[in-house]
Write a protein that binds this ligand. Structure first.
Ligand code: EPZ
Length: 420
């Protein structure tokens, strides 16, 4: 397993092009199951999780042609509506093939995703919704089997705004008989991107981006070409990097309207942010103001930015509080940051941080995707050398992050495992 080595103290300066969104590309690729023919996706990020879901589509019978960042998924002939454990265990978003497979084939067999580092992350709401649409659900030997000749439109009331649950229902309902209403739908930009592609395929999805989505089922959908939206979490991660050590970075190829809450919180911390149509200029202040954050469903503060903002809090002058309300175990980066010298006191879902922290470079362990990004950011402000192990977590969600950071002046390198 490779490691990443960072020398602390450098400021990030220059321009960086942000890649397509992982959390948009995954459902978009699954949605191609609904539309027989050559589906072309552009601005696809070259990531571990994207490769995994494309492998899954190939197992299901699609023809996949990779010319990164352009991907062609030909779903004319799918013949195997099964998502095996070996793939699903590495990437829980594989559950997003469930809705499309049942909608197109009337049957699907998907391995239950199993545990995840950041929380139990059950799929009960996905299954309950499909059941409300007339599907029969059977769980045996670690797999969920869903059967239904033709799904029917239904009223779905989600008790929590689930991104994956909303996406699965949108895709399933696109080919159902009748109208489906989703209440308390997730409102993330990735939901809107999926709705835009489904509508281009011939679906009738209204209200995406609001908490009520109405889908009128149609009999068939057709293949399309679609560009994946920019990755707002990659963008937010680089914005934190720019804010540290008084950096100055222009992010290109972004959509500032996807980052309203992140921009608002950075400005409150004293960071200068200038936005244009598809770029954001970030200037780090000499003194970062401490802050309080609670993670919420979009348009609230994104849980996927919580670990990265902890590093900003450690560079701030005073006490900050960060509360994680979405996932029950998303503070695994805390013990690693404490090993670097951070003062962080976790009380239930709230982390109390004291800055400015004098962090010392050392060897730390990545535990999940966004935690690994926060450890790299911590390495930027630590004194000396920080080595981050298990960087395969990082490869799942950040395209060429070492090259991009090097391009901004970070003293960072990736050491292949055979060298140590
Ligand atoms: C998506 O996960 C994202 N992943 C996550 O990003 C993100 O953190 C999360 O949404 C929240 O924004 C992708 O889009 C591929 P949820 P998802 O269903 O859909 C509970 C990253 O770092 N819940 O919105 O799995 C669940 O336990 C990843 O890029 C149920 O109880 O998240 C959680 O507490 C990490 N039952 C809450 O809802 C269900 O059936 C929100 O989860 C489904 C969810």
């Amino acid at each position: 397993m490779d490691k990443i080595v960072i020398e602390g103290g450098s400021s990030l300066r220059g321009k960086v092009l942000i890649s397509g969104a992982k959390n948009a590309a995954l459902p978009l690729i699954c949605a191609t199951i609904l539309a027989p023919g050559k589906n072309i996706l552009t601005n696809v990020p070259r990531l571990g999780d994207v490769r995994t879901v494309l492998k899954l589509l190939a197992i299901i019978g699609a023809e996949v042609d990779l010319e990164w960042p352009r991907v062609v998924v030909d779903t004319s002939e799918l013949d195997n509506p099964v998502a095996p454990y070996e793939l699903v265990k590495t990437m829980r978003a594989a559950i997003l093939v469930l809705g499309p497979l049942v909608a197109r084939y009337g049957h699907a067999k998907v391995s239950l995703p199993g545990g995840c580092a950041i929380g139990a992350r059950p799929i009960n709401l996905h299954l309950k919704a499909l059941e409300a649409m007339g599907a029969t659900i059977e769980i045996k030997r670690g797999y969920v089997e869903v059967t239904c000749d033709r799904l029917r439109g239904a009223r779905i009331d989600f008790p929590v705004a689930t991104v994956g649950g909303t996406e699965n229902v949108m895709m399933a309902a696109s080919l159902a008989l009748g109208v489906t209403h989703i209440h308390n739908a997730a409102r993330e930009p990735e939901i809107e991107d999926l709705a835009n592609m489904l509508n281009a395929m011939g679906a009738k999805v209204e209200g995406a981006g609001t908490s009520t989505i109405v889908i009128t089922g149609v009999d068939s959908l057709h293949a399309v070409e679609h560009r994946v939206i920019p990755d707002r979490i990659e963008a937010g991660t680089f914005m934190i990097g720019a804010a540290l050590n008084q950096g100055e970075v222009e992010l290109q190829g972004v959509n500032p309207s996807h980052l309203t809450s992140v921009i608002d919180h950075l400005r409150r911390a004293g960071v200068t942010i200038e936005t244009r149509t598809d770029s954001i200029l970030v200037r780090g202040p000499s003194k970062i103001t401490p802050f309080e954050i609670v993670t919420e469903p979009h348009p609230g503060f994104p849980t996927d930015m919580q670990a990265q903002f902890m590093v900003l809090a450690l560079a701030a002058h005073g006490k900050s509080i960060i509360t994680e309300s979405i996932f029950e175990n998303r503070f695994m980066h805390v013990p690693e940051l404490v090993r670097m010298g951070a003062q962080i006191d976790v009380q239930s879902r709230a982390a109390h941080l004291l800055g400015p922290a004098f962090l010392e470079g050392t060897t730390v362990m990545a535990t999940d995707l966004r935690a690994s990004a926060s450890l790299i950011l911590a390495g930027l402000i630590a004194e000396g050398t920080t080595q981050v192990l298990r960087v395969y977590h990082l490869d799942r969600g950040y395209e060429n992050i070492v090259d991009k950071l090097q391009g901004l002046g970070a003293r960072i390198s990736r050491v292949p495992s055979e060298l140590f």
